[in-house]
Design a protein around this ligand. Structure first.
Ligand SMILES: Cc1cc2nc3c(=O)[nH]c(=O)nc-3n(C[C@H](O)[C@H](O)[C@H](O)COP(=O)(O)O)c2cc1C
Length: 209
């Protein structure tokens, strides 16, 4: 990291150095950032793929607007959302809470019912949308974790989600691809690294009340 402010150092990397690989320790930190991301009710309606296989990356590139980050990155994260959530899933989560915190399940009963009525009270579309929003929180955690470790990243929606679902066999697992995030190290020839940030003025978007 060359500048003092990591917020300005991070940018959506357009060209990765294909030879620079993220170490297993750092990769584990990035994976941890996903595992420990917060989610509504802690329901974690997600699944994460970490692609390093060059053959699979090569298959994904043409269905990702041919963006070079897909093949040149060290690892490609594909952040997926569940496509369904039923009472059984929520009860399994409640049992997990009780077990992890050594509580009797009667202690979590009211909370379980509240979660079930909230989640199942949404329409199918609202629920799908809500689950995908949780995945974006995980994306934020991943991007921040990269920044903390001096690892470059590029959040990406520029890909054909249906084709990702097909190639990665996601539909059969009741999952769908939401957003991708190649990680690795910037190429010296990535001119985007030097571009000035384009942001609204703080005074236009932040109000202190
Ligand atoms: C959800 C999301 C999807 C994005 N999709 C792409 C993408 O497909 N390809 C790409 O090069 N950049 C993509 N970007 C990067 C943005 O264009 C970039 O973050 C924005 O222009 C601000 O620039 P900066 O991140 O370098 O500060 C995406 C960013 C977000 C948050």
């Amino acid at each position: 990291m060359t500048t003092k402010n990591p917020l300005l150092w991070r940018y959506a990397t357009k060209l990765f150095d294909p030879d620079a690989k993220v170490s297993p320790e750092d990769l584990q930190y990035l994976v941890d950032s996903l595992v420990y991301s917060p989610s509504s009710f802690g329901l974690q309606p997600w699944h994460f793929l970490v692609v390093s296989d060059p053959h699979l990356k090569a298959k994904l590139k043409p269905i990702s607007w041919n963006q070079p980050q897909i093949t040149d990155c060290s690892h490609l994260f594909v952040l997926c959302a569940r496509t369904s959530m039923d009472a059984a899933y929520i009860e399994r989560h409640a049992a997990h809470i009780a077990e992890s915190r050594s509580m009797t399940s009667s202690k979590t009963d009211a909370y379980t019912q509240m979660m079930i009525s909230n989640v199942l009270g949404k329409s199918e579309d609202q629920r799908a949308d809500w689950m995908q929003r949780q995945v974006y929180i995980a994306l934020g955690f991943l991007l921040s974790a990269c920044m903390h470790k001096g690892i470059d990243s590029c959040p990406m929606e520029g890909f054909d989600k249906d084709k990702y679902d097909e190639i990665l066999g996601l539909k059969e697992q009741s999952l769908t691809a939401v957003v991708a995030c190649p990680v690795g190290y910037r190429s010296k020839s990535d001119s985007a690294a030097a571009l000035k940030k384009v942001r609204w003025n703080e005074s236009d978007i932040v109000e202190h009340l």
